[in-house]
Design a protein around this ligand. Sequence first.
Ligand code: FE2
Ligand code: FE2
Length: 302
Amino acid sequence: MAATETPSNSNAPLSNLEEWEDFLKVRYPEETAASSKPFQATDPNKAKEQFRNYEADARPSVCEFYRLNHRHQTYDFVQAKKKEFLSLSRHKMGIWEAMEFLNTLVDDSDPDTDLSQLDHLLQTAEQIRRDGHPRWFILTGLIHDLGKILCLYGEPQWAVVGDTFPVGCGYSDKIVFHQFFADNPDSREPKYQTRTGIYSEGCGLENVHLSWGHDEYLYHVVKDYLPPEALYMIRYHSFYPAHREGEYQHLMNGRDKRMFAWVRAFNPYDLYTKSHERPNVEQLRPFYSELISEYFPTKLRW
Ligand SMILES: [Fe+2]
Ligand SMILES: [Fe+2]
């Protein structure tokens, strides 16, 4: 994802990762989050119609990004990536160090007008702090996207960001650009295409493989250090089909369903706190360094 790459690069159709998030904001505007009732019954025909509009109005780069994501995120691909990355043997880094590392990610975006990855993390954390939430919640906001360092290992955008979804079972038709799954080899594997697929009713998300990306990677890096509510926020914050559409409840157990209240509580901070006002990193650093050291060792395995 070097600055020289253009949307014609088939691995990097997005000029920056925020293009995906900007599309999410169009699909899920702030008003719909304010009620915090994502499972509210909606007119299915109307919802479908709206979906088609989001898709038709999406930038070609976003459309291409989803085409690649839905085509290549197979069950076998997810297993291979877990094997490749979850031994956590690439780096030993502290949290702040990882934030600075992530900030070296160069997109095609304009550095004078676009926010850096570090800005997004600090803005998310600062809004959570202003709203008076507990310290672990603020810390979760600060670190939630650190898994995007996968891009710096040369991973393609479609294997780092994008709405996540279970692999190994049927695809919900609420997943945006659902039609692109026709090109996924798993769609021709009958064992992967039933409602529960290789899983069982109520088996719990712990036993379900989601499409590979920054959520799952970071979860494994931090899983020994944060409370379970924080870990749900990190692991499932891109699982829009579940936390915004109410899908895949049949794979959840009681704990998942309770914990998803936290995933939904986190989502507005992720999506709607971007402001053009750059946070003052040097001023904020002492507060966050102390918060980091409250929960994390000086070095973690990545
Ligand atoms: Fe994220
Ligand atoms: Fe984020």
